[in-house]
Design a protein around this ligand. Sequence first.
Ligand code: SF4
Length: 415
Amino acid sequence: MADESKTGRKKIQATDTMNRLMADYFYGLNEAAKSGRQKVAWCTSVGPAELLRAMGFAVHFPENHAALLGATRMSTDLIPAANAIGYSPDICSYLTADVGAHLTGITPLAKAYPGIEAVPRPDVLVYNTNQCRDVQDWFAWYARELNVPCIGISSPKNIGAVTDAHIDDVARQMEALIPTLEEIAGARLDMDRLRETVSLSRECTELWKRVLETATVTPAPLTFFDGTIHMGPAVVLRGTREAIDYYTVLLAELEERIAEGAGAVDGEQYRVYWDGMPVWGRLRQHSELFAGLGANVVASTYCSSWIFPAFDGNDPIRSMAKAYLELFIVRSDSYKEQYIQEMLRKFRIDGIIYHDAKTCPCNSNSRYGLPQRLETKTGIPNLVISGDLNDLRCVSDEQTKTNVEAFIELIEEGK
Ligand code: SF4
């Protein structure tokens, strides 16, 4: 296996296959928008993508585009354009980066995929507020800007147990989207196609779970930083056969690594859990920082958020409602504590990093005492890193490095 860096992080060979798959996806979207052969829907990342796909829409995910803006380090320069029209530097930096990119006519897709000039123009915008209110404001801005319909689901938040009443509420809201979507698509919803799409999403989710759980083995064959890249198909292509085929290939490679005893990080000594968003513009630096200290970030809340065990092709609408309610981000702190505790046990974690992302309070779980409560319960130390997903002005590289080095020393002392 080829080394990706001097610090011993290994490249996943399936990456080339994934890159081709993602290229096909973006070219397909571009073609749909340009030719008009297929209607285009924009969807939030944990919105009802299966419904849209089953109705024949080509589906674009603005959060995926925003993450690309972050990973290519374009976002920090684009955010001020959104600030200038009244979108605060304190709100979601996915939103401000993406709106800033639109206002300035810039997209990383143009550089990565020759022939693509712009993000595909939507025929409809579909959101689910299960993750945060920002997605609704984000899509509402585009609805005004592009004069397209914006519809969605207002989800309950901070829930402990997911009850039938919650599921009824979301399922009814999902059903209420159908007439508008049918009108835009120019075709009726085919329930058999929806059943099939939800079943494909279920298969994708099961494979993605198995991919992530290969890291329960020591040494772990993949890192959180690999996961943030390889989750692409689970986000934008769930509900398709292509995503399933890809994760079958990736899983086989990781199982081969396990059989060879080859870890993703050379000489893995410490196993770390990451809670919160990645810092997209620092994936490589963070990956190398941990690997250089003999630490592997083996599991995360973020990558695991694209595991939806509730999907059931026999009951597509209600199972989608349940799946999109059971998400970590939708849940109460007591549920989150239990969930993370279970992850610590399953992945045999030595320490937890909480990324306190300045512009994403919903995905920052260090603000209401959760790290302290979990440390008291488990004895596993934690470190809170202040930063942001896309706004690098909120990131202090030196402080992060110093704090992570001290944290790994602390873990070593406690061993
Ligand atoms: S969850 Fe956070 S990063 Fe995602 S859209 Fe909402 S505020 Fe932005």
